[in-house]
Design a protein around this ligand. Structure first.
Ligand code: JFZ
Length: 446
């Protein structure tokens, strides 16, 4: 476990230990945009503005939403934590905020979803996170910039010169509510800073606008263990690369970095009815493995529909990934990057003396792994704990009984000239196990 604790994180800045263990989180984007059903940025993409957007508030009625069902399904799919959009850029609060009328308790739903979510996910043993948008396109004091839905509306801009002092006070107040009224919150996920954007007639916003330092102090005084992501523009917190995969282990010197790949199922975060760009269950599983092999977490997003249900495609993908996780969880949870380099088309994850080889394509019968020779005490497939034979410098593992081991021996003789002393030659069955990604577990010698 020493490997896991060895990560780079400031002192007195919450406790990310659970985060480094859990590795697999569920992101939930839900809001009025779920009713528009064409991306969570619809308000600004189509420059709809506050008045035009009102119909989504008036008709909002997620009548089938049951937070306990969400939590049970999340657990079954193998997620260990979740992050719900308490408020997205549109400014609509999913909790009963005292600071605004623009909230879910004022819609047909009539209840406090954040409360229901926190209780339900906690009851299933998951860590609980909240996403909070620093941007608020509904608030009259929020200074219009190049991302704002009213950016081309002269009249709106004239009547709303912006008062970021007042907006920021409101925004800090909402964060205070979330960290005061719902018990322990494990993770607060801010979104986002864009101080370096310049549209000519407006500029982006960052730590000065949000009063990030002050906000951070307040948060840590309310919830000392909470962890924050890196979008407050303060240069600290959980790294959150979005919709792309890092191409190297995120190691800073010898220590692991604390980071999380945020991925969608179809390219949109909010429910996007007509979008067919779904990743396959295999792709999603490989994204998770690839991330953990680089020492990161994966925060995988779903966008429930406007009745509060998960669509069939989401259920299908998470069902398949969940089945893989049921069998292969030990190759993900508590694991991080390995000191060894994986062979082609494969990834290593490691947890102490357990080294996991995730095979992205199934090799024919043999696999040569450098630098592992002499280090392995036992090897097995994870999906069924069936023994896998190998050859290292001391010869073939186990007794040579079957004709299949004879194959390995012949192979050893054939490749002898290429067989480095410190390599491990693994003998695989010809039949690929029928799982999304087969994994071999090597138990290393002490
Ligand atoms: C943000 C949100 O805008 C988006 O809707 C979603 O919630 C996602 C998880 O986070 O996406 C971003 C954030 C920052 C940039 C672009 C998209 N950026 O800095 O260019």
């Amino acid at each position: 476990m020493e490997m896991i604790k060895n990560f780079e994180w400031p002192d007195d800045y919450g406790n990310p230990e659970w985060f480094m263990e859990d590795r697999f989180g569920l992101f939930i984007h839900f809001g009025l945009f779920s009713a528009a059903a064409r991306h969570e940025w619809v308000m600004t993409l189509e420059q709809i503005g506050k008045d035009g957007y009102q119909k989504y508030f008036d008709n909002f009625n997620p009548d089938l939403l049951d937070a306990r069902k969400w939590a049970k399904k999340a657990k079954a799919a193998g997620f260990k934590y979740a992050v719900l959009t308490a408020k997205h850029h549109e400014g609509f609060a999913l909790w009963d905020t005292a600071l605004s009328d623009y909230k879910i308790s004022n819609t047909a739903y009539g209840r406090d979803l954040v409360k229901e979510y926190v209780e339900a996910f906690r009851a299933e043993g998951l860590q609980v996170g909240l996403y909070f948008s620093l941007i608020d396109w509904n608030h009259p004091d929020f200074l219009v910039d190049g991302y704002h839905p009213e950016r081309n509306n002269k009249e709106y801009i004239e009547n709303h010169p912006g008062d970021m002092e007042s907006y920021t006070k409101f925004m800090h107040g909402q964060v205070r509510e979330l960290l005061t009224n719902y018990g322990k919150i494990d993770y607060l996920w801010f979104d986002f800073s864009y101080a370096n954007r310049d549209w000519g007639d407006s500029v982006g916003k960052g730590r000065e606008d949000w009063k990030s330092e002050e906000l951070e102090k307040m948060i840590l005084s309310l919830q000392p263990d909470i962890i924050l992501n890196d979008r407050l523009d303060l240069g600290r917190g959980v790294g959150t690369p979005e919709q792309y995969q890092r191409n190297a282990k995120m190691e800073n010197g010898k220590k692991q970095l604390v980071w999380e790949a945020c991925q969608t199922l179809n390219g949109s975060w909010g429910y996007d009815r007509d979008n067919l760009d779904w990743k396959t269950p295999e792709m999603v599983t490989k994204l998770l493995i690839d991330t953990v092999s680089k020492g990161g977490n994966m925060l995988l997003n779903i966008g429930p529909n406007a009745r509060g249900e998960w669509d069939a495609k989401t259920e299908e993908i998470l069902g398949r990934v969940g089945e893989w996780m049921r069998l292969h969880g030990r190759a993900i949870y508590g694991c991080g990057a390995s000191e060894f380099d994986a062979p082609a088309d494969a990834r290593f994850t490691q947890n102490g003396n357990r080294l996991y080889l995730h095979l992205f394509s199934w090799p024919y019968r043999t696999l040569l792994i450098e630098k592992l020779g002499g280090k392995v005490a036992y090897a097995q497939l994870v999906n069924d704990n069936s023994e896998i034979k190998y050859i290292q410098d001391e010869g073939l593992s186990g007794k040579r009984k079957s004709h299949k081991d004879l194959n390995a021996e012949v192979t050893e003789i054939h490749i002898k000239d290429k067989f480095e002393d410190n390599s491990l030659l693994v003998t695989l069955p010809v039949q690929r196990p029928d799982v999304l990604v087969p994994v071999i577990e090597f138990i290393l010698k002490d």
